[in-house]
Design a protein around this ligand. Sequence first.
Ligand SMILES: *[C@@H]1O[C@H](CO)[C@@H](O)[C@H](O)[C@H]1NC(C)=O
Ligand SMILES: *[C@@H]1O[C@H](CO)[C@@H](O)[C@H](O)[C@H]1NC(C)=O
Ligand SMILES: *[C@@H]1O[C@H](CO)[C@@H](O)[C@H](O)[C@H]1NC(C)=O
Ligand SMILES: *[C@@H]1O[C@H](CO)[C@@H](O)[C@H](O)[C@H]1NC(C)=O
Ligand SMILES: *[C@@H]1O[C@H](CO)[C@@H](O)[C@H](O)[C@H]1NC(C)=O
Ligand SMILES: *[C@@H]1O[C@H](CO)[C@@H](O)[C@H](O)[C@H]1NC(C)=O
Ligand SMILES: [Zn+2]
Length: 937
Amino acid sequence: EFSSSESPSCHATKPDMLNVHLVPHTHDDVGWLKTVDQYYYGDRNDIQHAGVQYILDSVVDQLLKNPDRRFIYVETAFFYRWWKRQDSSMKQTVQQLVNEGRLEFVNGGWCMSDEATTHYSAVIDQMTMGLRFLNDTFGVCGRPRVAWHIDPFGHAREHASMFAQMGYDGFFFGRLDYQDRYQRMMQKEQELLWRASDSLTPPMADLFTGILPNGYNPPDGFCWDQSCSDPPIRDDPDLEDYNVDDVVKRFLNISMVYKTNHIIMTMGSDFQYENANLWYKNLDKLIHYVNAQQDLGSRVNVLYSTPSCYLQELHRANLTWALKTDDFFPYADDAHDFWTGYFSSRPALKRYERLSNSNLQTCNQLEVLGGPTSTNGPFGKGDSQTMKKAMAVAQHHDAVSGTEKQHVANDYARRLATGWQHCQVLVSNGLAVLSGSTAQRFYCDYLNISVCPLTESSKKFSVNVYNPLGRPVTWPVRLPVNGTAYAVSDAAGTSVDCQVLPLSKDTHNVRRSRGFAVNELVFEVQAPPLGFSTYSVSLLQDGPLAASTQPRTPTAIQNKFLKVTFDPDTGLLSSFSNLETTQTIKLTQNFYWYNASDGNNSESIQPSGAYIFRPNSSTPFLISSTTSVVQEVRQWFSPWVSQVVRLYAHSRTLELEWTVGPLPIHDDLGKEVITRIDTSIESSEIFYTDSNGREVLQRKKDFRPTWHLKQSEPIAGNYYPINSRAYIKDDVDQLTVVTDRSQGGSSIHNGSLEIMLHRRLLYDDVRGVAEPLNETSAIFPEGLVVRGRLLLSLDRPASAADKHRPLAQEMVLQPLLTFTDGDLHPDFSGLQAALPPAVHLLTLTQWDAQSVLLRLEHQFQSWESDVNSKPVTVNLQKLFSSLEVLGVSELNLSANQWKDEMKRFEWTPQNGTGHPLPLKHCWSYYGPYKARCWTLQ
Ligand SMILES: *[C@@H]1O[C@H](CO)[C@@H](O)[C@H](O)[C@H]1NC(C)=O
Ligand SMILES: *[C@@H]1O[C@H](CO)[C@@H](O)[C@H](O)[C@H]1NC(C)=O
Ligand SMILES: *[C@@H]1O[C@H](CO)[C@@H](O)[C@H](O)[C@H]1NC(C)=O
Ligand SMILES: *[C@@H]1O[C@H](CO)[C@@H](O)[C@H](O)[C@H]1NC(C)=O
Ligand SMILES: *[C@@H]1O[C@H](CO)[C@@H](O)[C@H](O)[C@H]1NC(C)=O
Ligand SMILES: *[C@@H]1O[C@H](CO)[C@@H](O)[C@H](O)[C@H]1NC(C)=O
Ligand SMILES: [Zn+2]
């Protein structure tokens, strides 16, 4: 008899023996050296021999040959591609294998997401998509019970929290810092209970976590894939080279240190099992011959298994487990090999992915608000599905992470662009329904470099501002224009303050031959929650701008809320004040570059590359500056670094718009450009970074909360992912920086915060990608230019979160601007009223013809705000203005299980943390044929 959460399809184990769970698996990257489709088909085998379609063909065939055999499959992006090409008899066969637990889905998201550079909303979406396919296709037997992130390069606490809320019973991964692993091995803490939120009541965000013994590879000498060269089991005594005794002896001599009498062995690796017969034939024999030794007194029992069967045994063991509350960043695999470069690699792709997420949420919302006409309306057929898939693929741990080959990065970007085209039709249809106008809508995807054909040439146009947030937003709009004076008014006819500024030299440089506008029109717009406003713009005057005052070094700029001053000699920022709270700090900001290690160094030959950050020296080179002012402060630091400092009239944050590139390489030096803000804040080497854009974690220089760190890279070893914000503080002041994409950063000095903006490297870092990170594009053949924004806010620590949480959400879900050549339309809001400040509208998307998926999130951590951390109630009946709620059913976070059916394994943490208790159960084994128990002290 099994308890409801135990699986009956697991092979029996032997309680008085050491049980070795063999888990046949393949690790199929959703793009890396080849594109996702090239991997699926097995195309371009000259780059890497890998073809997922053959893997699935071959594995199914081999599973049918012996009912004892097991296989797990992980990446639904590939499984989906395979499934839709199968005939109904094959589908039936596979359904049977799944029902019997012989083929088990593990993890089951569209891909195995990166953990350092992804935003939680996009991770939830991609998991939902994969898990929904599995549930729709296989029902309850297709629901993965175990999360499986065997390859990502470090592990985020927010990922663990999400997995717990998605109903997973446990989590396994392969990579953690080598020092951490060693210490955990010594203390038998390679299994632990991860308490992944300081705000959710345990065990809501508790996740049992296991560290796999050998990454995700088989033990040395036991790889029987066609890509390996270990000797097969030669078991015919009449033939040459009979080796069964040797194989058995070697197998029983493998040493592993774990807490129970169950251990897991991952029998597979990257793209293995294309010819599954090789693996299974040898595994069948291994099991047979090793278990045959039991008659001779061996206490080792080998079985085919899966991660969930293994987990079930760990659960049955009813032990207590070490508790962990921080995360697994940064990841180093050796003293000078910190995988902290990819936090910032490919900054343009990282921004494009983030922006695409914003656009996708708008697309999803308009599909709901606009009804069926949105997918088939005046502008034709549109869909959100193409963009959903492109975004899901982009979450892969070699996609947004920036660790793929250049041609694969291009493929991810192309998919996002195609997805956006499909969404644009939907958005145009949806806005047509809601506004009652079928005027053609224009999209300007290059406003970041001041290019927009309509606004450049039109004398009268209107701007529609769609706000995907659940509360109203004020947002600065900058439009490329060629006139000198404009009138702007809102839908009520009220005129709106606006300003025309000459286009900066840098924007001319970045835009190159695209667009011709000589000016920018700047005004602030407001948009209602989950809805839009429209503004009308008309040209008043053509011709050149009146010559502005002579450029001079500015001393200060200010609005009602903030003031910043500049050093008259250097032109750099010198102080930052919040006028409302009467706070002032000293603040300078500058740009520097680290000289990337070229691998030619006495301590280690590790160069900086796509994955790894390894500066040659801890002192970065200063990029010197000159400044002048044209109503906003424009700073030139070098021909390849410039910045605009802006203070919008109604803004409580300071905007720093940086433009970096093309990074020069004529000196043969790889460059990793940072901006560093040095302040008078007494931060005592403590700083804070977010986890996947959600909860915030404390970081301390040269310190890890659960293990004793021997620091070997003073800069790279202190870098952490920043997904949306980071801050430093003391008792009175908190400086928060909100970013527009994922970046790496640190606080190396007291009062300082640095963020890596761009990287250009001349060497590969030997982690497989086999290319230097040396980005160029058609428009920038001499090296990529990237532009982005940082928002700075100065607050009292007690109330800082009230400001930076919503601000970060505004950067993530930014308003979508569309343009029409003529009329103005009344404002629209899909909500009856704005959501309370603590509540974030995370998801609103069509689920099926009758229902929508809605996610509302309490966005404050329990400790961070006196006002906003409290529980809130939202009345769903009174939420929407144009939708009537007929019924509500609650689901888990990934929407693949009804909330009331969600039942997870319960695990008991050890008393106290950091002081492992003496261990009674310790199993390892040492041959020949005998299991032995020993303890490491
Ligand atoms: C058993 O393993 C140890 C260390 O891993 C090795 O030194 C030894 O040679 C092995 N013995 C056999 C019989 O393979
Ligand atoms: C697990 O251990 C606890 C404490 O040692 C004990 O009270 C409990 O009955 C055990 N549960 C099972 C299912 O064996
Ligand atoms: C844009 O404005 C500039 C300066 O007033 C003018 O020289 C130019 O001809 C205009 N370009 C177009 C295409 O209207
Ligand atoms: C980097 O890219 C530039 C521009 O394409 C090229 O000239 C140079 O050879 C590349 N360097 C390396 C090391 O790949
Ligand atoms: C501007 O935005 C586009 C589209 O989002 C992106 O491809 C491009 O890299 C951005 N340009 C810069 C200079 O950052
Ligand atoms: C899972 O799929 C089944 C059909 O396969 C469906 O009846 C059930 O409602 C789905 N569960 C959820 C949570 O959507
Ligand atoms: Zn991988």
